[in-house]
Design a protein around this ligand. Structure first.
Ligand code: GLV
Ligand code: MG
Length: 346
């Protein structure tokens, strides 16, 4: 095991020191762009003003014959666009693919000083993070990168889920993790053909009562994995995210899946279609009514000690801490969005 004292040492001479704390950033939606498509690239300056994170996707959904064009397109996008406070991420190809090494070498070598996060797919265990961590440190040193490029893992293999705690704490470079329900379903041999969301046959039937029709309650296929991911991330001080929702025609189901993830502790989700940007913005910005109640709690117990009753509900140290989570997030949203600031009264 690496000694605690060595954990925060740079992995290459000349690489920037690893961060002790993650930067405080709003990341409600990670918006996926196919960078080989010129028409899509042309929309990025405008997009960067609407979303919290722009991600150039190099992995799945990019045709094999367009892999190099996607990498070049992403570099061009990174060079030419001013992203301001919006995050610039890329999803590189899997480490065992023919493209991953050049993805990292070329991107860090050209736009390493603008890149915030590398999303790494198909992470099976901490060894995948250690490899990329070392490679990034070498490249950061070579190209004089000022701040460490962070790593975001996709939790999308059964082995990855088995190793989720070790992945979350593999390196100070870890930014967070996203659930990858499509690959995870395949890895587990789940009997589905969807990208995230529920399944009408995954349900619990109410007990039979004579001949009365029996109610059926659909369950959340992803509850177990999101729960494990949230605990692993929270314990390691990194951020959990829901990943993709593939049925663009079902905004309600997307919203409900995102909201379950938000309530369980996730901070954002992927938007794969422009319509999902607004959904993620609504879901991952705390509800003004909840924020108002959270403010009542904090006002009633300024130092968080003791217990008080508000609207018939008991409040104590633990609800005070929950209230702080909502208020801190609302402040982050308010700083970016004047309309929400007005709704929160912040
Ligand atoms: C995302 O990459 C997924 O496989 O769901
Ligand atoms: Mg995947």
């Amino acid at each position: 095991m690496k000694l605690p004292r060595q954990f925060f040492q740079p992995l290459a001479i000349g690489a920037p020191a690893p961060l002790g704390e993650l930067p405080v950033r709003l990341e409600r939606m990670i918006h996926f762009v196919p960078p080989h498509v010129e028409k899509m690239r042309a929309k990025v300056p405008e997009l960067a003003r609407q979303v919290d994170v722009v991600l150039g996707n190099l992995e799945d959904a990019i045709p094999v014959e367009a892999k190099e064009a996607a990498r070049k397109g992403f570099i061009e996008m990174g060079k030419s666009v001013d992203f301001g406070a919006t995050g610039l991420w890329t999803r590189i190809n899997a480490l065992n693919s023919p493209w991953a090494l050049d993805d990292v070498i070329e991107i860090v070598g050209t736009i390493g000083n603008k890149l915030d996060v590398i999303m790494l797919p198909k992470v099976d265990g901490p060894w995948d993070i250690h490899y990329l961590d070392q490679l990034l440190a070498q490249l950061e040193a070579r190209h004089k990168i000022a701040k460490p490029i962070l790593i975001h893992a996709i939790l999308e293999t059964a082995q990855g889920v088995n190793n989720v705690e070790a992945i979350a704490s593999a390196s100070p470079r870890m930014h967070g993790m996203s659930l990858g329900p499509a690959d995870l379903a395949a890895s587990r041999a789940m009997k589905t053909t969807r990208v995230g969301g529920g399944h009408p046959e995954y349900k619990v039937l109410a007990d039979a009562a004579g001949d009365a029709p029996r109610a059926a309650y659909q369950q959340d296929l992803w509850h177990y994995t999101v729960g494990r991911m949230v605990d692993a991330c929270a314990a390691a001080g990194i951020k959990p995210f829901y990943g993709p929702f593939g049925d663009f025609s079902d905004a309600s189901a997307c919203e409900s899946q995102f909201r379950n993830a938000f309530l369980m502790g996730c901070l954002g989700a992927w938007s794969l279609h422009p319509s999902q940007i607004a959904i993620a913005k609504t879901v991952f910005s705390p509800d003004p009514a909840e924020v108002a109640f959270a403010k009542k709690i904090v006002d009633a117990m300024p130092d968080g000690a003791g217990a008080v009753m508000i609207d018939g509900k008991m409040q104590d140290d633990a609800t005070w801490k929950q209230a702080k989570v909502l208020i801190d997030l609302a402040k982050l949203v308010a700083a970016k969005d004047p309309d929400m600031a007005a709704k929160y009264g912040l």
